[in-house]
Ligand binder design. Structure first.
Ligand SMILES: [Zn+2]
Length: 207
């Protein structure tokens, strides 16, 4: 199979795309330090979306492992984690950053993942809903022994990637998180470009 062309998602920006059932999305952490917020909606019913609480319930852990699926608000598989070259540290607990969060932090008018999701969906002609809690790919939120959540840099190497396969026709939104206050996006707290590519459905063959 020919490798599809990687598309750059510039630091602090968002995009959205349609992903047909069995197509896959590769997301590459070019610099190893960048978090990517990811949303998935049923293309036929935007009121059904990839849900982090339902996913944690389904896989009985904080984050699905390779071969396991993220599920929707109706408990149906929507994305399966087919590949992950990173250590597998991703976050399902933290909401996306938004205008209210940056206002709290004293940075009004800051670029944010909620706006990036809305921008991406609008580009597809979709009226954006309030952002569900995203899958925060590469985000490192260790849970301490007292239950305290830490915010520490991703543990990826440059070039680490994940591949998510669509289990239904869906709309995907991505945001290269603009956070530059806490070390969400690396110890230098510097948002970076990432890249992504859509792979066609695997048509199979003898194996
Ligand atoms: Zn963010």
């Amino acid at each position: 199979m020919t490798e599809p062309q990687l598309t750059t998602l510039a630091a602090c920006t968002g995009t959205a795309m349609r992903l047909a059932k069995d197509e896959s999305l590769k997301i590459v952490n070019i610099h190893g330090t960048q978090v990517v917020d990811c949303w998935a909606f049923n293309a036929d019913d935007l009121e059904e979306w990839m849900s982090m609480p339902h996913t944690r319930n389904a896989c009985r852990k904080l984050t699905p492992a390779i071969g396991e699926s993220f599920v929707t608000t109706l408990r149906r598989s929507i994305l399966t984690l087919d590949e992950d070259t990173s250590p597998g540290v991703h976050d399902t607990l933290i909401p996306c950053c938004d205008a209210a969060r940056y206002k709290e932090l004293g940075c009004e008018g800051h670029a944010n993942c909620a706006d990036n999701m809305a921008y991406g969906l609008k580009e597809l002609g979709i009226d954006p809903p309030p952002p569900p809690a995203p899958l925060n790919i590469f985000m490192n939120i260790p849970v301490g022994p007292t239950g305290r959540l830490e915010i520490v840099p991703p543990v990826c190497e440059p070039g680490d990637y994940v591949v998510l396969r669509a289990e239904m026709d869906c709309i995907i939104a991505l945001s290269a998180c603009p956070h530059d206050i806490f070390p969400v996006n690396g110890a230098a707290a510097t948002p970076r470009d990432v890249a992504y590519a859509v792979y066609p459905a695997w048509v199979g063959g003898a194996d």
